[in-house]
Design a protein around this ligand. Structure first.
Ligand code: DX5
Ligand code: ZN
Length: 218
């Protein structure tokens, strides 16, 4: 299991501290929530911020684009230093073109889907991508509760990957993940856990990150 703390819940005036905390805690990835006030009702981070973060961390920069017309931003995020670029299946009519574009920019490709979107919508693209980001809250804001039925969705995707020789595709889970439900989510099949408020909303983010890594599967 890898943890991807989401800087959405960090202090935007002091992101260097958030990166330092991720390093000290041993987090593998940094999750960057990009919102455009169209695909979701919130407005957050763009390529210039990713560019500013890049020299201050060696971690994987995991860019989660919650935007309409994601193809317009891919090159900028790649140039800024993104490692993974994830788009929403609901936000494009040309997933194949977008996958090829992200790859041509030298980045790994993720597809995300909202809680109410059928898993089957992404099945045709699984053999071309590196990661599926399953949303377990409605995208837009940190600090929401993990939606019931989400672990069953993760298990269903995991089983599909296993039976179709697609085990190399990572399952990342995003929304409402806390120390108390992380074990269930890992056991359902998650490879990467995103945690925003659970990390940066606590007194001691470094210790919280370490605690996530101490969770043991059955
Ligand atoms: C929500 C974002 C999440 C968010 C998670 O739209 O995609 O990454 O930061 O926040 P928590 O962990 O607080 O639910
Ligand atoms: Zn996210």
């Amino acid at each position: 299991m890898k943890l991807a703390p989401s800087i959405l819940s960090a202090d935007f005036s002091d992101l260097k501290t958030a990166l330092r905390q991720c390093k000290e805690g041993g987090a593998h990835w940094i999750h960057v929530d990009v919102m455009d006030n169209q695909f979701v009702p919130n407005l957050t981070i763009g390529p210039p911020v990713v560019k500013s973060l890049r020299p201050h961390t060696e971690k994987v920069l995991d860019v989660h684009m919650m935007v309409m017309e994601p193809e317009k931003l891919v090159e900028s995020f790649a140039k800024a230093g993104a490692d993974f670029i994830t788009f929403h299946i609901e936000a494009t009519e040309d997933p194949d073109g977008l996958i090829d574009l992200i790859k041509s920019c030298g980045c790994k490709v993720g597809i995300s889907l909202k809680p109410k979107t059928a898993l089957e919508e992404i099945y045709p693209f699984l053999d071309k991508i590196d990661l599926v980001l399953i949303m377990t809250v409605e995208p837009g804001f940190g600090g929401q509760g993990y939606l019931p039925g989400s672990s069953e969705r993760i298990s269903k995707l995991k089983a599909y990957l296993n039976t179709n020789c697609l085990e190399r595709v990572l399952i990342e889970v995003d929304g409402g993940i806390k120390l108390h439900n992380a074990k269930e989510i890992i056991e359902a099949g998650a490879d990467v856990l995103v945690a925003g408020s659970a990390v940066f909303g606590t007194e001691n983010p470094v210790e919280t990150i370490k605690a996530f890594y101490q969770i043991k599967e059955k």
